[in-house]
Design a protein around this ligand. Structure first.
Ligand SMILES: Nc1nc2c(ncn2[C@@H]2O[C@H](COP(=O)(O)OP(=O)(O)OP(=O)(O)O)[C@@H](O)[C@H]2O)c(=O)[nH]1
Ligand SMILES: [Mg+2]
Length: 452
């Protein structure tokens, strides 16, 4: 896609009815097309940049008024995309928005691809790649923390950190390269100070990786399966944690057939809770399907909440449940602790009494889940480079830096150290999109919605 070689348009607000709906247009012809379809005191090409105007969108061929609107103009280069942009704020009905869009198409605009506005912003140097990704992350954030981390990235926090690290590496590289060019002048490179600088750079990169891994958890969340034999209170626990009567609860064992997933938040991390069918051998083919799905849910989960019945004896069915989650991290819960205790839990390493029905022990349960979610590490900073792509690039950067440090320590030739530094710089450059291939760019922008 060439930048600005054609003018694009799309509806930028979600489908369906709303108070306002917005149609967006960007490119060299945006103002001219705006002039054709907008009836107001002036046409968009006569408007000052970043101003809002009242008027009508009207089909010039039939003179039919499609909607009364507010139209905003943002001129190049100070717009989101860096191109001339027109935003038309219409009444938020799908028919109105569709007709306004068709009119723009009829006068020369082309349909925008998903993320094309943001891709143009990136290609025109309005933001780096990690900021473009932050736009998607902000839109898709499921928790306040994830949204804040994306907003920081978008505001350029990550960009500044990258520039600082890049500056340090460029400085080290300049010293190393000078010693290649002038090998006789050994005052040019003090190996120890280059070594110190490279180690300091590594510390910064490692910190970004640690914070980013935590941030990734906040962004993507984890999956937790609620498992147990029939009737132990799995659906009741889902409802209690959601604080909503979401799943059907009855005294009949085998109530839950299909599995049901809902999101909750545990200390800033989105947790996808899956209520599963009770695990047992059943004669009912419907229930057996449920059991198959329950086993799949266990497979995809990061950890399990394993329920036992406080008011009953452990049975062979419970043993089977333990077997099903053998390789998983888990929390064992003794549910129905409001009733008389019959279970002998002495063989269990650790367990927590709860009552899903009356809400006992749920605060302790959330504390324990927090430990499992964070792996004991605690929430800490949220990090700005949270995507797998960022973390992979940072790890590559770090391993080249490490190889450079080892090279210096072993007094290898400066060429080898310079090579590692250049590779480290290139890996870092991928995050901002300086050294990113077209395929990767396409894959990143394909994640966006149309109109963003
Ligand atoms: N007293 C008491 N009863 C509970 C508690 N939790 C669940 N129950 C009851 O146990 C019965 C089964 O609860 P469910 O939540 O449907 O159990 P389940 O594990 O989802 O059952 P299946 O879907 O059949 O596998 C219902 O009658 C609940 O009211 C509890 O903490 N205390
Ligand atoms: Mg159930």
């Amino acid at each position: 896609m060439g930048v600005g070689d054609h003018t694009i348009a799309a509806i930028s607000t979600p489908p369906g009815e709303g108070a306002i709906g917005m149609v967006r247009m960007s490119g060299g012809e945006a103002l001219k097309i705006g002039d054709i379809v907008f009836k107001g005191r002036t046409g968009p090409s006569g408007m000052e940049t970043h101003t809002l105007h009242y008027g009508e969108i009207c089909d010039p061929q039939t003179d039919v008024v499609i909607d009364t609107v507010l139209l905003a103009v943002m001129r190049a280069p100070n717009s989101y995309t860096g191109e001339d942009m027109v935003e038309i704020h219409c009444h938020g009905g799908p028919v109105v928005l569709g007709e306004v869009l068709s009119l723009l198409y009829a006068h020369g605009a082309a349909p925008a691809e998903p993320g094309e506005f943001s891709k143009r912003a990136f290609l025109n140097g309005r933001m780096d790649l990690s900021q473009a990704e932050a736009v998607v992350d902000l839109v898709k954030a499921r928790t306040t923390e994830a949204a804040q981390s994306a907003a920081m990235q978008l505001a350029g926090k990550g960009k500044r950190v990258l520039e600082e690290i890049r500056g340090l590496m460029v400085h080290s590289l300049a010293l190393v390269e000078a010693s290649i060019d002038f090998p006789e002048d050994d005052t040019l490179m003090d190996s120890q100070s280059v070594l110190d600088e490279m180690e300091k750079t590594r510390e910064k990169v490692v910190k970004l990786i640690e914070d980013g891994s935590r941030g990734r958890l906040m962004r993507e969340g984890i999956t937790v399966a609620i498992v147990g034999k029939p009737n132990v209170g799995k659906s009741s626990l889902l409802n209690a944690l959601l604080q909503e009567e979401r799943a059907i609860v009855t005294p009949v064992p085998g109530t839950t057939r299909d599995y049901l997933a809902e999101w909750i938040e545990v200390s800033g991390v989105p947790v996808r809770l899956i209520d599963t069918a009770g695990l047992r051998d059943s004669v009912s083919s419907v229930e057996m399907q449920g059991v198959v799905r329950a086993r799949k849910a266990i497979e995809v989960s990061d950890f399990a909440l394993l329920l036992l019945d406080w008011s009953g004896q452990m049975t062979e069915e419970d043993t089977e449940v333990f077997r099903a989650v053998k390789t998983k991290r888990k929390l064992v819960l003794l549910n129905k602790c409001d009733l008389k205790k019959r279970i002998d839990a002495s063989s269990l390493h650790e367990s927590l009494p709860v009552s899903a029905k009356y809400g006992h022990g749920l605060d302790e349960l959330k504390e324990k889940m927090k430990e499992l979610v964070w792996g004991g590490g605690g929430a800490g900073g949220s990090g700005v480079f949270t995507r797998a792509r960022h973390l992979a690039a940072l790890k590559r950067c770090d391993s080249h830096l490490e190889a450079g440090v080892v090279g210096l320590k072993q007094a290898k030739t400066p060429e080898i150290v310079a090579l590692e530094l250049r590779d480290a710089l290139s890996a870092l450059g991928e995050i901002a999109g300086e050294t990113t291939s077209e395929d990767v760019l396409d894959a990143i922008f394909a994640e966006f919605c149309i109109g963003k």
